[in-house]
Ligand binder design. Structure first.
Ligand code: ADP
Ligand code: MG
Length: 461
């Protein structure tokens, strides 16, 4: 067994699938039996249209997404066999992630943004961390900005903070998800140049995801993806056409969208890192392959829907309509998923706005209790296949406490997560996570609605 392991590639994915909402009406086969091997110091590109499963595959390699089926070996470790602590350590030491959008913490200085991943590892003393951060800041040409906060810097400079941060723990593997997705071609070329240098000079193993065919010749190999599958693989000739194109001066090493997230932190660590950061990661996860304009249009459309300026089918059509025609430009599959998820949440949030007094009194219930029952029913229908009466009661009890704000998110989750014998709901951890996430989003949207309705009442007066 050990002998076999010694001969393994740095990265080996075997027959990995990721199925979302399995068995439910909105089941999504995001990844279907993907297998690939990447050698140390290789540079590969995963290429395919939006929605084909590229980010999912990258998240599987990063250990952020556990495949529903299949195996993931990174540097001789079977990720499935790592407990949470070791998985967190694996992320911090092995993998640097680069995304399309910023993930900088606005309240920390430029230097501290870079040092942060080291603090989570408990690596080095304060002085050494600082020295190392400054070395990297120098390398990317923004050492003079070390004491500023990120927003005091230009876009291009902020992205260089992200690069420095992706390098701070000497991670051998860099995973880049659409790093040139938002860039004009000059900046994109600069980014490609930096990635190439990191691969050639610093011997980083790079996996880059893109839906832009322009730069495929930078990689040693290209994997073509479609509908959740790796369709074929192309090995690039050594001639490297792009060499002629490339002429980077340090001054030009500026580009607009690069950053590194902090994958693999524990819940408690992430919580400490504050909610906006978590929200960014979540948004990133949902929207990685979309550019800023699409993101803005998406948010605007949803805002209009929440305010009632768009109806259900108008939202759906707006999501699908091309950008040039004033839409959000999502593909059909994604547009329909986003719209139905948004509708579900808006509907549940609206529930709390509605006057259900007469329905409630007909049922002999307090209005609030009826709302709790309806919210609970929504959660159970969305995420649970089989459930008994006692489980239902326990979930409803906790939902009530959370909606009345008697308990917070953590307490809600932890109590729900307890084993049945200890008073919990006896649910699968994944299901608990989904329920908590959904209820929190509903609460957030509901909060926004109350604000709006209060405002409009004030205006009317
Ligand atoms: P790509 O990065 O190639 O654009 P993704 O890997 O993000 O594609 O997504 C693949 C498919 O899976 C898409 O159709 C997407 O909408 C869907 N998907 C991604 N994440 C989820 C999720 N959490 N729940 C349901 N469907 C998802
Ligand atoms: Mg993506």
């Amino acid at each position: 067994m050990d002998l076999v392991l010694i001969n393994m590639s740095l990265i080996e994915i075997k027959n990995a699938s990721v199925i979302y909402n399995k068995g439910l009406s909105n089941q999504m086969d995001a990844l279907l039996g993907a297998s690939l091997e990447v050698e140390s110091h290789e540079y590969v590109i995963i290429f395919g249209p939006s929605g084909c499963g590229k980010s999912t595959l990258l998240n599987v390699i990063a250990g952020l997404e556990k495949p529903t089926q299949g195996e993931v070996y990174i540097d001789n470790e079977n990720l499935d066999e790592l407990d949470a602590d070791r998985l967190a350590k694996f992320h911090c030491t092995k993998i640097g992630m680069i995304f399309q959008a910023y993930n900088l913490l606005p309240s920390l200085s430029v230097r501290d943004n870079i040092i942060l991943p080291q603090m989570f590892l408990g690596a080095n003393n304060k002085k050494d961390r600082r020295r190392k951060a400054d070395e990297l800041l120098d390398k990317v040409g923004i050492l003079e900005q070390a004491n500023k906060i990120p927003t005091e810097l230009s876009g291009g400079q902020q992205q260089r903070i992200g690069i420095a941060r992706a390098l701070i723990n000497d991670q051998p593997i860099l995973l880049a998800d659409e790093p040139i997705g938002n860039l004009d071609s000059k900046s994109a070329q600069n980014v490609m140049g930096i990635l190439e240098e990191l691969n050639k000079k610093d011997k980083k193993t790079i996996i880059m995801v893109t839906h832009n065919p322009e730069y495929l010749n930078y990689a040693d190999r290209v994997f073509y993806m479609k509908d959740g599958k790796i369709e074929h693989e192309v090995v690039n000739k050594k001639s490297k056409l792009h060499k002629a194109k490339k002429e980077i001066t340090p001054r030009e090493k500026e580009f607009e969208m690069l950053s590194r997230s902090f994958p693999g932190l524990s819940d408690a660590q992430l919580h400490l890192l504050m909610v906006p950061f978590k929200a960014k990661i979540l948004a990133e996860y949902l929207l990685t392959s979309y550019d800023i304009e699409e993101n803005q249009r998406l948010a605007e459309s949803i805002a209009k829907r929440i305010l009632g300026k768009l109806n259900r089918s108008e939202l759906r059509t707006t999501l699908d309509r091309p950008l040039e025609k004033g839409g959000v430009g999502l593909n059909e599959r994604t547009a329909s998923r986003f719209s139905s998820e948004a509708e579900k949440i808006i509907e549940s949030a609206e529930l709390f706005q509605k006057n259900l007094e007469s329905d409630a009194s007909r049922l002999g219930l307090e209005e609030f209790d009826l709302k709790v029952k309806l919210a609970t029913r929504h959660l159970i229908r969305s995420f649970i296949k089989e459930i008994n009466e006692e489980q239902k009661k326990r979930i409803e009890h906790l939902v009530k406490k959370r909606l009345a704000n008697e308990i917070g998110r953590e307490m809600f989750r932890d109590t729900l997560d307890l084993p049945f014998k200890k008073g919990g709901a006896g649910l699968d951890k994944r299901v608990v996570r989904k329920i908590v996430r959904e209820l929190e989003v509903i609460l957030l949207v509901k909060f926004g609605m109350e604000e709006e309705s209060i405002k409009s009442k004030v205006h009317k007066v």
